[in-house]
Design a protein around this ligand. Structure first.
Ligand SMILES: N[C@@H](CCC(=O)N[C@@H](CS)C(=O)NCC(=O)O)C(=O)O
Length: 262
């Protein structure tokens, strides 16, 4: 076992290395270490030593002693180490791939905040039973870590305060202003999401099979969990309706054996 990959099945960006590992069939070289975000395990003192940004995925290659803590770098590392087959040889296509990855990870990276916020009273009613218990569990995790790690107590308390505010926004009958503020934020995030979907649709309009041409690349790897997440939050009709090229593209990436890791 040479490579540790810190992951969590429902996580959006932690799906990136899993897709690559499946695509390349290198599961035997990898040990997955589960970091339960619902218990705030990504804030344990040990995990913060590994990644002070408290995000997954994290990759540790015990052979080379290399550690990577961002999915874009983790993806490149895994691909480079296994022959670079998910990176185009053509320099222009390579640049285009990079541009797509930058787009997905920039201001349009809305999958997580969209998931945790609601956009209306009705949406709040639909999501509350799923989101609020998750947030409560995370608070339990931070309370536990605050008790055992005095040096980080203020940091954990800040996480708790921010999360309690989000939970309040779900109680719109008692916190109208907080709820309306959350809805506004959610709508703004969704506009960015729609904008991203239109950009991807436009890219595919010349009939290419994948985001930068006829072959599956790291751009598609990063786009896959984003599309899956947006479809989970908003439903297929909102995400793919009227976007025929994106619809066909999503069917194509969904049909790949590695999609089972999503
Ligand atoms: N830019 C980072 C973002 C990673 C990220 O945001 N990961 C999420 C899970 S998808 C996370 O760990 N969030 C921490 C949390 O929820 O506390 C990357 O691409 O690796």
């Amino acid at each position: 076992m040479t490579i540790d990959v810190y992951t969590f099945p429902p996580s959006l960006w932690a799906a990136v290395p899993r897709l690559i590992i499946e695509e390349k069939g290198i599961q035997q070289d990898v040990r997955y270490i589960n970091v339960d975000l619902s218990k705030a395990e990504n804030f344990s003192p040990e995990f913060l030593e590994l990644n002070p940004q408290h995000t997954i995925p994290v990759l540790v290659d015990h052979d080379t002693k290399i550690k990577e803590t961002d999915s874009t770098v983790v993806a490149k590392y895994l691909d480079d180490k296994t022959g670079g087959t998910l990176t185009p040889l053509d320099a222009l296509q390579r640049q285009e791939m990079q541009d797509v990855i930058t787009l997905l990870h920039g201001a349009h990276d809305v999958g997580n905040p969209l998931f945790f916020t609601a956009g209306s009273d009705r949406d709040s009613d639909a999501k509350r039973e799923m989101v609020v218990p998750f947030l409560k569990k995370r608070i339990g995790g931070w309370q536990h870590y605050a008790a055992i790690d005095q040096a980080r107590e203020a940091f954990y308390k800040q996480q708790i305060t921010t999360t309690e505010q989000l939970m309040e926004a779900y109680d719109y009958q008692h916190h109208r202003q907080a709820a309306d503020q959350m809805y506004k934020q959610h709508q703004q995030l969704w506009q960015l999401g729609l904008n991203l979907l239109d950009k991807l649709e436009n890219k595919l309009k010349d009939g290419r099979l994948f985001l930068v041409g006829q072959t599956y690349t790291l751009a598609d790897v990063h786009a896959t969990p984003v599309l899956a997440r947006l479809a989970l939050i908003k439903g297929d009709a909102m995400v793919f309706g009227g976007r025929d090229y994106l619809t066909a593209y999503y069917q194509r990436i969904k049909a790949k054996p590695n999609f089972k890791t999503i």
